[in-house]
Design a protein around this ligand. Structure first.
Ligand code: MEV
Length: 351
């Protein structure tokens, strides 16, 4: 069974306000959706094949449904053996995401479809680009099969795909992308707690997102690096994790009520904790210190990087323009931007 209608769904990017890395080992994290969206359009075909086109990856692939399911199965076996990224080709991740949804619903697709992926979310920036792909593809396949959009199911399907890409992800990325808004997330027992707030304007209007570029290391590699550090030096990682957990819990009321000074203090201390586990490269550290010297704060938001770029830095200054001036003057090659935070999660777009 499948629909004959064109289907479009979209999901937003995400970022960690705080709690990345430590969330993998059970600490709470505070995340927000970001108003950059990935849109997936699925158009029924007259044959039974599935064609995937990604404008961003400049890639195009046509497969049979059996080939998609086989690829999914192989990826699961390879991942079970390695717990590593098993998506080496550009569209592997999309194929696996579609395969996960087909397997979950276990229904026959009587016709194939063309999928077009159009994303505004930068890849490898810590903004959850892969999660937006798996969430939107799982949702589009569900609707194509005549299922309703159940966020819990879509989130679980997307998490399976995320494991094939990131090794041992916490599930925070796909959860934020699915539910949107501002959420407190705990991995186990899985807790996705929407704060049910809009970040107050006094706070929201002074964020700047700085794109330091795509890290040399993948998210999976950064997570594995922290795991090794944790095995070698459990006291350091566990005590830092406890401090970060406390900071995350204190950040929640501070964000809700826009306590600017407390917010800045927590972000600054949280960034220091991330530095102490080696996920902030020297070049990003230099930018973060320069922003602090101006009276602002900044942090990596996501996996970070050991050397060179670390994806997006979340910067905050009570006068945002001060950060923007610094960037123009001292880092003219780096792109920076603002985007709404706490936007709606996964949704079907009505044409
Ligand atoms: C990646 O966006 C964030 C990490 O905490 C990994 C994870 O949560 O899966 C580094």
């Amino acid at each position: 069974m499948s629909t004959t209608e064109k289907i479009t769904v979209s999901a937003p990017a995400k970022l960690f306000l705080l709690g990345e890395h430590f969330v993998v080992y059970g600490a709470p994290a505070l995340l927000t959706s970001v108003g950059l969206r990935n849109r997936v359009t699925l158009t029924p075909r007259t044959d039974t094949n599935i064609q995937i086109v990604s404008s961003k990856l400049n890639a195009d692939l046509t497969l049979t449904q059996d080939e998609i399911l086989k690829k999914r199965d192989l990826a699961e076996v390879e991942w079970t053996n390695t717990h590593a990224d098993v998506t080496s080709e550009p569209l592997d991740y999309a194929v696996i995401s579609i395969g996960e949804a087909m397997k979950y619903y276990g229904k026959n697709l009587t016709s194939g479809f063309d999928v077009e992926i159009n994303s505004d979310v930068p890849v490898g920036a810590g903004l959850g680009s892969s999660a937006t792909t798996s969430v939107t593809l799982a949702a589009a396949v569900a609707l194509f099969l005549g299922e309703k959009l159940d966020p819990e199911i879509i989130n679980n399907i997307a998490y399976e795909a995320e494991k094939r890409r990131h090794g041992n992800p916490s599930g925070a990325d796909n959860s934020t992308v699915t539910y949107g808004g501002v959420i407190r997330f705990v991995r186990d027992p899985k807790t996705i707690e929407p704060l049910g707030i809009n970040i107050p304007q006094e706070l929201a209007r002074n964020f700047v997102l700085i794109d330091t570029g795509k890290p040399h290391e993948s998210t999976g590699e950064m997570v594995a690096m922290v795991r090794t550090l944790r095995e070698q030096n459990p006291d350091l990682v566990n005590s830092t994790s406890r401090r970060q957990a406390d900071l995350v819990e204190s950040l929640i009321p501070v964000v809700k009520t826009a306590q600017i000074a407390n917010f800045m203090e927590i972000i600054k201390a949280g960034e220091k904790n991330l530095e102490s586990i080696g996920v902030v490269s020297d070049s990003s550290l230099e930018i973060i210190r320069a922003i602090e010297n101006l009276g602002g704060v900044a942090k990596i938001c996501g996996a970070g990087g050991k050397t060179g770029p670390t994806g997006i830095l979340l910067a905050y200054h009570p006068e945002r323009v001060r950060v923007e001036e610094l960037m123009r003057k001292s880092y003219p090659k780096l792109h920076f931007f603002t985007a709404p935070l706490g936007v709606e999660g996964l949704r079907q777009e009505i044409a």
